[in-house]
Design a protein around this ligand. Structure first.
Ligand code: OVM
Length: 404
């Protein structure tokens, strides 16, 4: 709240571009510098305010009245600039508009509704791991597992027609780049935006979707009057935008973590029920979604700094998840820690509605692998895929030693 009697602190300014290749490739040093500079840092290049400490990121995430999403959660302000696609009814929305789409998706993606998928997904994971191991002890764990598994189970669960799913990751790449500035990463895919958007929109119509998937359930909610029929395809689009790259790179993060922390892999093998907490710890440690913006709805004072109404605020989720003021030994990937409270899935009313789906995928894949593999280690230098929002991978070469 603005205290009219307290003097306003002028925040430190940084010239850094968090969306430059250098920082996307290795965000740790910039995150540390921003956290140490102060609770609020002015980013001169974009004229936005940055929050890199856990306390302020968490506070902004839970205060949706002051830090709105309706102006878009990227750098672009939808009140002044035309959005690149019709805004998401979930991500780019505030109550009350946000409430109905959120309630519908929450029910469709809640743990009880996922139970019917669990056995099938375990068996797909076991088959996939068997196939990969049969081909040799060295492989690219990004392509063979982290990317292959979600693409095998998730589009089917949504109810997409069989066949061509090769557009999902390229569309996600465009969508997650679009939250950042219009830099070279955005320009690189500009020629595909119309085609990819048309493809995704075509997957969201009722006629195309299997009648037993998440997509059909969204349309059924519209029939019941819980949504309008105009909203239904956009809610399906949210699943296809938010549900693929995030899990692919979250699983990659877990596989990378275990490939570099053999003692943690041992722990998982001894106690496979740790698979879910391991996935959350990997999400904390790597933060597949690194950043989102909010917009101040009013002049607001954050740690003494007045942020003017209409200002964009960049929240560094990945930095909050490594803030030493919140986490002991934050750079350690450690199954013994309690990672709950991490902001890798966000926090508050927008917290990832698909997180139970992601955990189910992770549990299926990690337990299938843990049962068959005694040791997993890097077999080469992993390659990052640069994206304005995602901490993503291009390859993760590993070598495995099979269990007896
Ligand atoms: C959406 C959406 C898109 C990207 C990310 C996200 C992480 C949601 O279209 O609703 O959440």
């Amino acid at each position: 709240m603005t205290d009219l009697l307290a003097p306003s602190v002028v925040p430190p300014t940084s010239d850094a571009d968090p969306f430059a290749d250098e920082h996307l490739r290795d965000p740790g040093p910039l995150h540390r510098a921003l956290r140490e500079a102060g609770p609020v840092v002015h980013l001169a290049r974009y004229d936005v305010h940055a929050l890199a400490r856990y306390e302020e990121v968490h506070a902004a995430l839970v205060d949706w009245q002051t830090f709105e999403s309706g102006a878009g959660v990227g750098l672009s302000n939808f009140r002044h600039e035309k959005p690149w696609r019709p805004p998401s009814l979930l991500l780019d929305a505030d109550p009350p508009a946000h409430d109905a789409p959120r309630r519908v998706l929450r029910e469709i993606l809640a743990p009880p509704a996922l139970r019917r998928l669990s056995a099938a997904w375990r068996s797909v994971a076991e088959d996939l791991v068997d196939d990969v191991l049969a081909q040799g002890a060295e492989f690219d764990a990004y392509a063979a597992l982290a990317k292959a598994f979600p693409l095998r189970v998730f589009p089917d669960a949504v109810g997409l027609p069989p066949g061509d799913r090769d557009n999902l990751l390229p569309y996600g790449n465009v969508a997650f780049n679009a939250f950042g500035p219009r830099n070279a990463l955005v320009a690189a895919d500009a020629h595909r935006v119309a085609e990819l958007s048309a493809w995704v929109n075509a997957q969201c119509v009722r006629e195309v979707l299997d009648d037993d998937g998440f997509g059909a359930r969204i349309w059924a909610a519209a029939d019941r009057g819980d949504l309008t029929h105009e909203q239904a395809p956009l809610v399906v689009r949210s699943l296809l935008t938010a549900g693929v790259d995030t899990t692919v790179h979250g699983l990659s993060a877990a596989l990378y973590a275990f490939s570099t922390h053999p003692e943690q892999w041992q722990r998982l093998r001894e106690r496979p029920e740790l698979a879910r907490v391991a996935f959350d710890e990997a999400v904390r440690w790597q933060s597949p979604v690194q950043t989102f913006f909010r917009t101040a709805t009013t002049d607001v004072t954050v740690a003494g700094t007045v942020i003017r109404a209409g200002t964009k605020i960049l929240m560094f989720l990945g930095s909050a998840n490594r803030d030493p003021a919140r986490w002991q030994d934050p750079d350690r990937f450690d199954l013994a820690r309690d990672p709950s409270g991490h902001v890798g899935f966000g926090m508050g009313i927008h917290q990832c509605v698909g997180q139970h789906v992601a955990r189910l995928e992770a549990e299926a894949l990690l337990t299938a692998l843990a049962r068959r593999v005694e040791r997993i280690e890097l077999a080469g230098e992993p390659e990052r895929h640069l994206n304005n929002t995602l901490r993503a991978w291009a390859s993760l070469p590993v070598r495995v030693h099979r269990a007896a």
